[in-house]
Design a protein around this ligand. Structure first.
Ligand code: NAD
Length: 349
């Protein structure tokens, strides 16, 4: 049997567990997995896929990871930034499959659009907990789309955020952000929309910055450089395509840049502007050595979040664990095994 977690199953899990609890569990599972990460038993392959400009700009990528002898996870994720306005679909849509790493059998398929937002938020929560000022109360959020929801949610779970200055080039998306946030965040956090010409001033007085935009390759940065508090922390989430960046090059060069996946960040993250030896420790290394993070937290830090395949396996497993507990999900005979393993035609008899 293959377990299928569709939108209804995920909806039931969210209703049972609650978004706050899910985000906290996701953050804790990421922290634990990173702290215990062993590259001898876990492997990933640099993501690849198809990208195209017609009929609209987009890409479809696959992100595999394997725990030796246990499971192989593969997220297939699409990024089509015109989707929300043209097709009334999310920009980022994903599905994750889990296979048995001994037999290759398909164990589970889960919708991973919510899970992608959750794990991307959780990765920022982890980086924020390791690197951002402990008294951070103000944040600048650039890009107010789908990922902004889980970024603000995640960060406000680990820091006492009271005010978020928000900016989006699309006024409608900027205006609707509050209505998309969980109630707990709406109770805790005041949103203050700002204009493009106020971004430099905003940077000068916030404690934290997060960027999650669909800015086109070659067009960024989305933030002007300028003065900021010396221990500012930035979660840069949206640079995930060659040529696509969100932060000013000078700011990236001044910062200690913390990659999630070094090779991926050098190809498609903020680190595109840096050499390998100019990068700081990875988020995995910092999770293993939080004392090192404490030292770095006194200066400017950038979490270069491009999205790591291992995070998607952890997110799928979290959903499956809850599905088992709550009793949701459908077991389907997707791979119908016949009595004779040598006889694929048995089905037709
Ligand atoms: N790091 C990761 O693991 C990860 C995970 C998921 C998505 N992403 C990336 O995050 C980005 C945002 O994803 P999303 O799902 O929120 O997309 P979305 O389409 O829902 O929202 C993106 C928003 O950015 C706005 N925008 C575009 N250019 C801007 C600019 N110059 N200044 C301010 N706002 C601007 C758009 O108007 C839109 O509202 C995408 O690039 C996506 O690929 C990264």
């Amino acid at each position: 049997m293959t377990t299928l977690l569709d939108t209804n199953a995920l909806r039931a899990i969210v209703a049972d567990v609650g978004l706050d609890q899910l985000m906290d569990e996701m953050t804790e599972r990421l922290r634990r997995s990173f702290a215990e990460f062993d590259d001898k038993s876990v492997s990933t392959i640099t993501r690849t896929g198809f990208s195209y400009d017609e009929p609209q700009f987009g890409l479809l990528e696959w992100m595999p990871s394997m725990e030796e002898g246990e499971r192989i996870a593969m997220k297939v994720v699409g990024y089509h930034p015109e989707n929300p306005t043209v097709n009334k679909l999310p920009s980022v849509m994903a599905t994750t499959t889990l296979h048995d790493a001994t037999t290759g059998r398909l164990l589970a398929i889960t919708d991973a659009t919510l899970l992608t937002a959750l794990r991307t938020g959780a990765a920022s929560a982890l980086a924020t907990r390791l690197l951002a000022p402990v008294d951070a109360t103000t944040m600048l959020m650039i890009g107010c789309g789908a990922q902004a929801v889980s970024q603000i949610h995640a960060v406000s779970r680990v820091r006492p955020i009271e005010q978020v200055l928000i900016f989006d080039t699309d006024d409608v998306v900027q205006a609707s952000l509050r209505s998309r946030l969980p109630e707990s965040v709406r109770d805790q956090v005041a949103l203050r929309p700002v204009h493009a010409d106020q971004l430099k001033d905003a940077l000068s007085h916030v404690d934290l910055v997060c960027t999650a935009t669909s800015v086109e390759p070659g067009v960024g940065s989305v933030l002007p450089d300028g003065p900021h508090r010396p221990d500012l922390h930035v979660n840069a989430v949206g640079a995930d395509f060659p040529g696509k960046v969100e932060l000013p090059a000078e700011l990236v060069r001044r910062a200690v840049v913390i990659p999630d996946d070094v090779d991926q960040c050098l190809i498609e993250g903020e680190a595109q502007r840096l050499e390998r030896d100019e990068l700081g420790p990875t988020i995995i290394e910092l999770s293993k050595e939080p004392e090192l993070a404490e030292k770095l937290a006194g200066g400017l830090t950038v979490f270069d979040s491009t999205g790591w395949a291992v995070e998607d396996r952890i997110a799928a497993e979290l959903a499956l664990d809850h599905a088992t507990r709550v009793g949701v999900g459908t077991d389907v005979e997707l791979q119908d095994f016949t009595a004779d393993p040598y006889d694929p035609y048995e089905l037709g008899r």
